[in-house]
Design a protein around this ligand. Sequence first.
Ligand SMILES: Nc1ncnc2c1ncn2[C@@H]1O[C@H](COP(=O)(O)OP(=O)(O)OP(=O)(O)O)[C@@H](O)[C@H]1O
Ligand SMILES: [Mg+2]
Length: 406
Amino acid sequence: MNEQNIFSQYIQKHSVFRDKRTLSSNFVPERIQHRGEEIQILGSIIAPVLKGFHSNNIFVYGTCGTGKTICTKYVLGQLVEILGTHGRDIKPIYINCKMKKIADTEYRLFAQLLREFGETVPDTGLPTDVLYRKFFEKIDSGKNEVIIVLDEIDALFRKIGDDFLYNLTRINSELKQSHIMIIGITNDLSFREALDLRVKSSLSEEEIIFKPYNAAQLKDILEERASAGFATGSVGDSVLGKCAALAAQEHGDARRALDLLRVAGEMADRLGDGIVEERHVDMAEYKIDMDRIVETVKSQPRQSQAVLHSIIKISQKTALQKQWSDRRMLTGDVFDAYAGICASVGMKPLTQRRISDLIAELDMLGIITAKVVSNGRYGRTREIRLAINDNAAQKVDAILAERFSA
Ligand SMILES: Nc1ncnc2c1ncn2[C@@H]1O[C@H](COP(=O)(O)OP(=O)(O)OP(=O)(O)O)[C@@H](O)[C@H]1O
Ligand SMILES: [Mg+2]
């Protein structure tokens, strides 16, 4: 046995972090930078409620990590602060539609809204329209201005369609004393086209777009977080610049920039290097991408995993001379391999048409690319190849091989 405790090496080495929490994306920073204009506009659209007038609904759009959530919460916080001194009956309610048990069904949403008004509602049991009526009566029992923020509203739509939104947008025409304002937030515009036209136009009475941050803006954001999060002298300017540049190249995503910086710090700590360097950022990028791919694959339904498993299998077969990801195949090849997997594990195969849909979904997730090509007199098919590197494919393969071992 070694005489030294295996942990003593970690205790002796000093950590690059001072307070890692400040580098996590849940942390609320004291200052929001480079969003002064968006915050002003949000405030000015909401402001009429302070004078007893109705405010328009707002649709907030921007790609991920552009500060939509943090800015909206900030503005609501400011509103609550001033309400304390003015005492109007304005009630802001924030709902993250991705939250399980809150926004999974129309029932749960109305139950949550009622709870915000101090009502107790059973988890199940009542008809939804009874809850709707209760909610209606509750808010119309006085003169209330209710502001409902539906963050990640696209997730709500995907889970329960637009009935809830329809009811919510129509409710104002029936309310006698009160009024509801809706702030819908999303990073996915595509769902809007599928909305009922009346819901769509009602939700977008006002629109605010959050643009991606550029590298300089991201660097400012990182600097502030780094000075609180890292020990003095343990992270240099070039590291911050690199995280900002990488994140700006993608979507101008502040969450990505923060993740890169935090994970780079973790890499430096794990290696006992004492300071964070650019090479740790490269490692962080690799790790984050790998984790994301693995998480995505794990969360796919079994049928989709079987399709991906067949694509990887085919890629491997002729990989001897090439990189796996260079190998192209057609939908038919995938279908044959997939049918083989189904047979070996006793799973009922889906139709080729459904497999095409699953292939398109894997393409959207960035795990494969599937290009529509003409296949002579057989019509059109898809040319498919892996969009992840060989290391990631190997890792995914190991997970899927275990899942589909007969
Ligand atoms: N201007 C900013 N100043 C400081 N921190 C910021 C700023 N913008 C974003 N952040 C930080 O970046 C992270 C992502 O921001 P936020 O959650 O607001 O993005 P989002 O636009 O809502 O993204 P998504 O569409 O993925 O929900 C948060 O940790 C937030 O603290
Ligand atoms: Mg958000």
